[in-house]
Design a binder for this molecule. Structure first.
Ligand code: FHN
Length: 689
C-alpha cells in the first residue's frame, strides 16, 4: 500500500472532516457568507405564514364568548389553566386537511416559501414529538402528523418549507421562572432537534422571545445549535433579544438572527438590512369565527409592493380552520395576488432596492439586478400620462407597461422629468393589463432631483396638518443654492407660473399649502403639502413625550380632531406611546369656562396596550402656573377588561391651558405573557366641554 507523508494524511482529514459541530456561526460567519446563504430568501420576496394549532379548534370562542383580540391568545385572555385548555383542544380533528392543496395554493399565489407553526404559545407540537405526548399525534383526536406531509408537498411544488416555533410556552409549568432551563433543555431544544431531523426546514422562525426567562446568550446558543445541524438554515431575529418591539428591527448593537421581523406593519422607509414584514389578512393569526375584517386584494398587493420597494420580504398569514381548510376569503385574495404576480412578478422576484424607492405617494420603484432596468409601480391607474421624476430613460430606449405588448411613447423634460404616454385604448378598466397596480419597465438611470422643500410652522417640520385660530406663519426651507420654491395655498398643484416663495407667509384662512422646488439643470422636486385648519377651539397642542412613528395617526392633532378611534388599535386613529408616559399641554386659544375634560385610552392587554395606572388633570390661565384639579388612580390587574375608557375630570372653572399626565406601566407586568416587554399607551380624543 502506498505510504503518504503523515502531514498529507492529517491535511486530508482536516479538509474532509465535516465542519465541527460547535462552530460559532453567530460570531464568525462573514457578511459574504451570510448573503450567499440568504440569496434565495432575498430573491423570494413573498411567503405564506400559517398559524394552525389547537387554538384553531376553538376559533376564538370560549364558553360561547368570542374573545377580543387574536384567536391564538384565547388561553391567555381567558386565563385558562394548562390542563383545562388541553382538554378544550383535545377534539382537534382537521379531517379536511389536504397539504397538497395548501402547498399548491401557496405556489399559485406566487409565494416562494411557507412558514407554519410547529408549536405556538399553547405548547401543542404539530408533529409526532418523542419528548412529549402533548402533540397532534398522541394527544389530539386527529392522531396524525401534519407537518411532514406539508413539507413534502411544499418541496414538490417548489415552495421552500419553514417552521415557526414559540419560545414562550403556556403548557409546561417549567417554562416559567427559575425552572425555565428545564423546559429549555427537556422540551424546547429536543423538539427543535426533532424538527430539524424530521422536517429539515429552510427557515426557523422564532417567536415569544420577549419573556424575561429568555436571554440573548440563550438565543446565540440555540442559533449555533441549529446552524451546526444545518449550516444554511435561515433564522429570524426573534431567536435572540435584539428585536425592538413590534416594529421588528433590532435595537442598537449586535444581536443574533438573520433578519428583522416587523409585525403588522411596514418599515416607514427603505432599509439595506434583511427584513420581513409579517401580516394577517384580517385581524387574527389563528382562525377566529366572525373576524371578517379582511384586507382587500388591492391592499395586500400594495403592501407587497411597498415592502419589496423598501428592501423587504412579505410574509402573509392564513389561519386554517379546525377542519383543516384555509378560509375562502384568504384563498380568493391569494388567487388575486397570484394573478397579479403572473403578469408583474419580474418587478418583484430577484430584484433589489432602487436608488430612490418612491416617487409621488402612490409610486414605488424597484430595481432589476442588471443595474439598468427600473420598474415604476403605480398603485393607481395613471390615466393618460404617468409622470416620474426620479429616473431618466436611456436615449431611444423603450418603455413597457407589463402585460401590454406595445412599447409606450414617452417624453423627457429636464424640469418636469419623465412623462409616459398611455394609449387611449387602455383607459377603460376592462382594457387594463391587470388590476390593483401597474408596472412600467424603464431602461435608464437615476436622476438628479431637486430636494423637496421643508415646511416649518409652530416649531413643527413637515406636519400633515396645522391648527390655528387667528393666523399662522408658514416657512419653506430648502438648503440648496440657486433654486426657486413655487407654492399655492388653495390645494392646487403649484407650477412654474405659481407664486414664488421669498419670505415666511402669514395665512389666515383654512386651506392646503403646497410647494415644490426647482433648480437649473435638475428635475423639479416633488410637491410637499400641509393642511391648515382654522379653529376657534384650540390654539396649540404640545406633547412632552414622542408618540411611536408606527402609531402616529395624524400626529398630535389626532387628539382634537373630533374623530374617535375604534377598538382596532391599527385603525390609524390612535396615538401610540411605547414605554413612555403620555403628557400633553393644550392651549384653548383663549380663557373660557370649562365644565369638564375627558381623554380616551385603549386597553388590549393581549397587544401589550394598557390603560394608564394614574392620570392627573391640571389647569392654568397663563400656561405657566398649573394647578392639579383631579387625579385618578387606576390599578391595572389581570382582570382589567379590554376596551376604551374616557377618563374624565369635572373642572367647572375658567382656564385657557390644560395639562394631562397619564402614567404608562412602562413594561408589561410580571403576570403578563409579554412581561419585560415595553407596555403601550394608546390615546385618542381629548374632549373639552
Ligand atoms: O404572540 C404572537 C402572535 O400570536 C403571533 O404569532 C404573532 C405573529 O408573529 N407573533 C406574536 C405577537 O407578536
Amino acid at each position: 500500500m502506498k505510504k503518504y507523508p503523515l502531514l498529507l494524511v492529517m491535511l486530508f482529514l482536516l479538509v474532509t472532516c465535516k465542519q465541527s459541530t460547535n462552530f460559532d456561526y453567530a460570531k464568525n460567519e462573514t457578511p459574504e457568507q451570510k448573503n450567499a446563504r440568504m440569496q434565495w430568501w432575498k430573491d423570494a420576496k413573498f411567503g405564506m405564514f400559517i398559524h394552525w394549532g389547537g387554538y384553531s379548534h376553538l376559533g376564538g370562542v370560549y364558553k360561547g364568548d368570542t374573545i377580543n383580540g387574536i384567536a391564538e391568545w384565547l388561553q391567555f385572555y381567558k386565563k385558562i389553566p394548562a390542563d383545562e385548555y388541553a382538554g378544550l383542544i383535545k377534539g382537534f380533528n382537521p379531517v379536511k386537511y389536504n397539504p397538497e392543496e395548501w402547498a399548491k395554493l401557496a405556489k399559485d399565489a406566487g409565494m416562494k416559501y411557507l412558514v407554519i407553526t410547529s408549536k405556538h404559545h399553547e405548547g401543542l407540537a404539530m408533529w409526532d414529538s418523542k419528548v412529549t405526548d402533548f402533540d397532534i399525534v398522541d394527544f389530539s383526536t386527529y392522531g396524525k402528523d401534519v407537518l411532514k406531509p406539508l413539507a413534502v408537498a411544499c418541496r414538490k411544488n417548489d415552495v421552500k418549507f419553514g417552521t415557526y416555533h414559540s419560545i414562550l410556552d403556556w403548557h409546561y409549568a417549567e417554562a416559567k421562572g427559575d425552572s425555565f432551563h428545564l423546559y429549555r433543555d427537556k422540551i424546547l431544544k429536543p423538539q427543535l432537534k426533532e424538527i430539524m431531523e424530521e422536517l429539515d426546514p429552510e427557515v426557523m422562525w422564532f417567536d415569544g422571545e420577549w419573556i424575561p426567562e429568555w436571554t440573548e446568550e440563550q438565543g446565540v446558543e440555540v442559533y449555533n445549535y441549529l446552524r451546526n445541524m444545518k449550516p444554511d438554515l435561515i433564522i429570524n431575529n426573534r431567536v435572540g433579544k435584539g428585536r425592538d418591539g413590534m416594529q421588528g428591527m433590532n435595537k442598537e448593537g449586535a444581536y443574533v438572527g438573520d433578519f428583522g421581523t416587523p409585525e403588522q406593519e411596514i418599515l416607514s422607509g427603505a432599509s439595506n438590512l434583511d427584513w420581513e414584514s409579517c401580516m394577517t389578512m384580517n385581524d387574527t393569526w389563528g382562525f377566529k369565527y366572525g373576524d371578517t375584517n379582511w384586507k382587500s386584494s388591492k391592499t395586500l398587493i400594495h403592501n407587497l409592493i411597498d415592502v419589496v420597494s423598501k428592501g423587504g420580504n412579505y410574509l402573509l398569514n392564513v389561519g386554517p380552520t379546525a377542519e383543516g381548510l384555509i378560509p375562502q376569503e384568504s384563498i380568493n385574495r391569494l388567487m388575486e395576488i397570484g394573478k397579479w404576480l403572473k403578469i408583474n412578478g419580474e418587478a418583484i422576484y430577484a430584484t433589489k432596492r432602487a436608488e430612490h424607492y418612491k416617487d409621488a405617494e402612490s409610486i414605488r420603484y424597484i430595481a432589476n439586478k442588471d443595474n439598468k432596468t427600473i420598474y415604476a409601480l403605480s398603485m393607481e391607474w395613471p390615466g393618460d400620462t404617468l409622470s416620474l421624476k426620479y429616473y431618466k430613460p436611456d436615449e431611444n430606449s423603450e418603455i413597457y407597461l407589463l402585460g401590454y405588448p406595445t412599447a409606450l411613447s414617452w417624453d423627457y423634460d429636464l424640469s418636469k422629468g419623465l412623462s409616459i404616454n398611455i394609449p387611449s385604448e387602455l383607459q377603460s378598466p376592462e382594457n387594463w393589463p391587470c388590476k390593483h397596480a401597474f408596472v412600467f419597465k424603464i431602461i435608464g438611470q437615476a436622476n438628479e432631483v431637486t430636494p423637496v422643500p421643508d415646511i416649518i410652522s409652530n416649531d413643527k417640520i413637515n406636519p400633515d396638518k396645522l391648527l390655528f385660530t387667528e393666523s399662522i406663519l408658514i416657512e419653506c426651507k430648502n438648503d440648496g443654492p440657486n433654486l426657486k420654491i413655487y407654492y399655492t395655498t388653495d390645494g392646487s398643484e403649484p407650477n412654474a407660473n405659481s407664486d414664488i416663495y421669498t419670505e415666511p407667509l402669514i395665512l389666515e384662512k383654512s386651506g392646503i399649502f403646497k410647494c415644490f422646488a426647482a433648480k437649473e439643470g435638475k428635475v423639479n422636486s416633488i410637491a410637499r403639502a400641509v393642511e391648515i385648519i382654522k379653529t376657534d377651539k384650540f390654539n396649540n397642542i404640545e406633547l412632552v413625550n414622542p408618540f411611536s412613528e408606527n402609531y402616529a395617526a395624524e400626529g398630535e392633532l389626532t387628539l382634537i380632531d373630533l374623530e374617535r378611534a375604534s377598538e382596532n388599535f391599527k385603525d390609524g386613529k390612535w396615538l401610540g406611546f411605547e414605554g413612555v408616559d403620555f403628557e400633553v399641554i393644550v392651549d384653548l386659544a383663549k380663557e373660557k369656562h370649562i365644565k369638564l375634560v375627558k381623554v380616551g385610552f385603549l386597553h388590549q392587554s393581549g397587544s401589550w396596550i394598557f390603560y394608564p395606572e394614574n392620570i392627573s388633570f391640571y389647569s392654568s390661565k397663563d400656561g405657566k402656573n398649573f394647578k392639579k384639579v383631579k387625579e385618578i388612580n387606576n390599578p391595572i390587574t389581570k382582570s382589567t377588561e379590554d376596551g376604551i375608557t374616557d377618563f374624565t375630570a369635572e373642572l367647572n372653572q375658567n382656564a385657557r391651558h390644560l395639562k394631562i399626565k397619564a402614567k404608562n406601566m412602562g413594561v408589561c407586568p410580571l403576570w403578563h405573557a409579554g412581561s419585560g416587554g415595553k407596555a403601550w399607551l394608546f390615546v385618542d380624543e381629548i374632549i373639552v366641554e
